[in-house]
Design a binder for this molecule. Structure first.
Ligand SMILES: *Cc1c(COP(=O)(O)O)cnc(C)c1O
Length: 523
C-alpha cells in the first residue's frame, strides 16, 4: 500500500462521485487515521526517563534481550490517535442500534452517576464484610427484585454474562440430576432457532445436544418435543420470547411434560425485555433462567464490555446454586454465604462460578434502572418495546418479506427474510447499505431458521420519529436491493473503509503489524 511520509493513504479515501479527493485524506472533520505503527516509530519515545541505575536484574534469564518494538508517540499524539479512532465508532449514544437479540437500549446517565459513587466504585472484593454492607445491600436488593419479577425461588448473582449464566443453570441441573442418582440423563434438547450459546453451553457441560424442530409459524414444535422426552433427557433449553421474536405460548405445557418425564426446563432469558412486568417465567414452570442485566436492565454493553448474567432458580434447583450469595438477617445485617459458612444451610452447592461476587458496577446500574422505573415503569418498558417492534414490522409490510407476520404480533423484535430481492442481491447488501444511511446494521443471518434473516430490535427507548427515519432508510435500501441497484453491491461508500472480507478477518486475523518482525512482536 502506497503511503507518503506522514502516513496518509489517499486511495483509501471514500469518494462521493462529485467530491474532490483531499490532500490529507480527511473529509472535513472526519479524520483519516492510520494505525499506531504507521504514525509512531520504534526509534522514538514519548517519555523522558533518566537513565536508571540498574545493576543486576532479578529477572535472570528472562531479561528482555531485544527492544520491545512498540511505537513511541508523545502524549498529545497518543491522545489524538485514540480520540480520532473513537470518532469512527458507532454507539448507542450516537444513534439507533437495531441489533436483534441484543437489546441495545439507551443507558440512563443516572445509572452511571450511581455506579461512580465512591462507595460503590472503590469497593474491594476482599474488604471485610462489615465494611461493605451497603454494596452487599445493593446485591441483595437487586436479587430480590429479580426473584420477584421472575416469580422464581432463588438467584445466583455471580455469573458474568448470559452465556456464563447458561453454564451456571446447566451446572445446577447437572448437580440436581446427580443428587437424584440420574447422572445418566445426557441429552439436552435445544430448538433450531436457539442462540448459539445454548447448544455450546450444553455441550461444554458434557451433554449431548439434540435439535427440536420448529413449526411453520416459528415456534417450538410441542408435539415433536414431547415425543422426544424420555429417561435420557436431562433438560430442554428454550428461549422465550424466542429468537424469531415470538412468544412460546406452549411453554407451561412443555414444562409440565418435561417435569413429568424427569427433566428440567432451562429458559434463555436474554429476551426478558419483552415480557418484564408482564410474565413471570416461574409461572411457566421454568427451573433456571439467566437474565442479561446488560440487555433488559440497561447496563451498557457492546464491544465486549462488561456483562452480568444472574440466574434465577426454581425451588428444585436453588439448593444446587453457586456460592457466594447474600442473605439478609432480621437485624438488617447482610451475610455473604461463602464456602466456610455454606456447610449448614447450602451443602449441595455445585461450587463457584467466579473468584468474587459478580459485576458490582452492573449491579448498581441495574438496580438504579429498576428503582427509577418502578414496577409500573418496567411493565411499560416491555409494552413499549413490543409496540415499537410491531410498528417496524407493519411499516415494512410490502417492502420486506416477514416470514412469521401471519403468526400474529411479534414481541420485541421483527424478523425479515431476503425473499424478493433482485438476482444476486443479499441481506449483506442491505446491511452495508444501512451503514451508508448512518445506521449500525441489524442482526443478519440469525436465527438460522430464516433464510437471509434480518432481525430488528428497536427497543423501547426509540421515539416514533427515530423509528420513522430508520424505517425510511431501511425501506429505501430494501427497494434498491429489489430493483437491483448495482451501487448497493459495493456499499458502504461513505464509511471510513469500504466492504471488508469479514469472514477472512475473523478466521485469519492479522494481529501483527507487517513491518514488525513476527518474532519481535510475539516476544
Ligand atoms: C445475548 C444472548 C445470549 C448470550 O448472552 P451474553 O451476555 O452475550 O453472553 C444468549 N441467548 C440469547 C437469546 C441472547 O440474545
Amino acid at each position: 500500500m502506497a503511503m507518503n511520509q506522514s502516513g496518509w493513504r489517499p486511495e483509501m479515501t471514500p469518494s462521493a462521485s462529485d467530491a474532490p479527493a483531499t490532500f490529507t485524506g480527511n473529509r472535513a472533520l472526519m479524520l483519516e487515521e492510520p494505525t499506531i505503527f504507521e504514525i509512531g516509530s520504534t526509534d522514538t519515545t514519548g517519555v523522558d526517563f533518566a537513565d536508571g541505575d540498574v545493576s543486576g536484574s532479578r529477572l535472570g534469564d528472562l531479561t528482555r534481550k531485544s527492544a520491545i518494538g512498540l511505537p513511541g508517540l508523545s502524549e498529545p499524539e497518543t491522545v489524538r490517535h485514540y480520540t480520532r479512532l473513537s470518532r469512527q465508532n458507532y454507539a448507542i449514544d450516537l444513534g439507533l442500534f437495531p441489533l436483534g437479540s441484543c437489546t441495545m437500549k439507551h443507558n440512563p446517565r443516572l445509572n452511571e452517576r450511581m455506579a461512580r459513587l465512591p462507595g460503590f466504585a472503590d469497593v474491594h472484593p476482599l474488604q471485610p464484610v462489615d465494611t461493605v454492607q451497603g454494596a452487599l445491600g445493593v446485591i441483595n436488593e437487586l436479587a430480590m427484585w429479580l426473584i420477584t419479577l421472575t416469580g422464581m425461588h432463588g438467584v445466583a448473582m455471580s455469573p458474568k454474562a448470559g452465556a456464563h449464566g447458561e453454564l451456571c443453570g446447566i451446572l445446577c441441573i447437572k448437580a440436581a440430576l446427580e443428587a437424584r442418582g440420574e447422572g445418566h440423563r445426557k441429552v439436552v434438547l435445544v430448538p433450531e432457532s436457539a442462540h448459539g450459546t445454548n447448544p455450546a453451553t450444553a455441550a461444554f457441560a458434557g451433554f449431548q445436544v439434540e435439535d427440536i424442530p420448529a413449526t411453520a409459524e416459528g415456534r417450538v414444535d410441542t408435539a415433536a418435543l414431547k415425543a422426544r422426552l424420555g429417561p435420557d433427557v436431562a433438560a430442554v433449553m428454550i428461549t422465550n420470547p424466542n429468537t424469531c421474536g415470538l412468544f412460546e405460548r406452549d411453554l407451561k405445557e412443555i414444562s409440565d411434560a418435561v417435569h413429568a418425564a424427569g427433566g428440567y426446563v432451562y429458559c434463555d432469558g436474554a429476551n426478558f425485555n419483552a415480557i418484564v412486568g408482564r410474565v413471570r417465567p416461574g409461572d411457566l414452570g421454568v427451573d433456571a433462567m439467566h437474565i442479561n442485566l446488560h440487555k433488559t436492565f440497561s447496563t451498557p454493553h457492546g464491544g465486549g464490555g462488561p456483562g452480568s448474567g444472574p440466574v434465577v432458580l426454581s425451588e428444585a434447583l436453588s439448593p444446587f446454586g453457586p456460592l457466594p450469595f447474600t442473605a439478609r438477617h432480621a437485624d438488617g445485617h447482610i451475610q455473604l454465604i461463602e464456602e466456610e459458612t455454606a456447610g449448614d444451610d447450602h451443602p449441595d452447592t455445585f461450587g463457584r462460578m467466579v473468584a468474587f461476587h459478580g459485576q458490582m458496577g452492573m449491579f448498581t446500574r441495574a438496580l438504579t434502572y429498576i428503582l427509577s422505573h418502578g414496577a409500573d415503569g418496567l411493565r411499560q418498558v416491555a409494552e413499549d418495546a413490543v409496540l415499537n417492534a410491531n410498528y417496524v414490522l407493519r411499516s415494512l409490510e410490502g417492502t420486506l418479506d416477514a416470514p412469521f407476520a401471519a403468526s400474529g404480533p411479534c414481541m420485541h423484535e421483527a424478523i425479515f427474510s431476503d425473499a424478493g430481492m433482485a438476482q444476486g442481491f443479499t441481506t449483506l447488501d442491505i446491511a452495508k447499505g444501512l451503514i451508508d444511511e448512518g445506521y449500525h446494521p441489524m442482526t443478519v443471518y440469525f436465527p438460522l431458521v430464516v433464510h437471509g434473516a434480518m432481525l430488528v430490535e428497536p427497543t423501547e427507548t426509540e421515539s416514533k420519529a427515530a423509528l420513522d427515519q430508520f424505517i425510511g432508510a431501511l425501506r429505501s435500501v430494501a427497494e434498491r436491493a429489489k430493483a437491483g441497484d448495482a451501487a448497493l453491491k459495493s456499499a458502504p461508500h461513505y464509511a471510513p473503509r469500504r466492504r471488508l472480507d469479514e469472514t477472512l478477518a475473523a478466521r485469519k486475523p492479522v494481529l501483527v503489524w507487517k513491518d514488525m518482525p513476527v518474532k519481535e512482536a510475539a516476544e
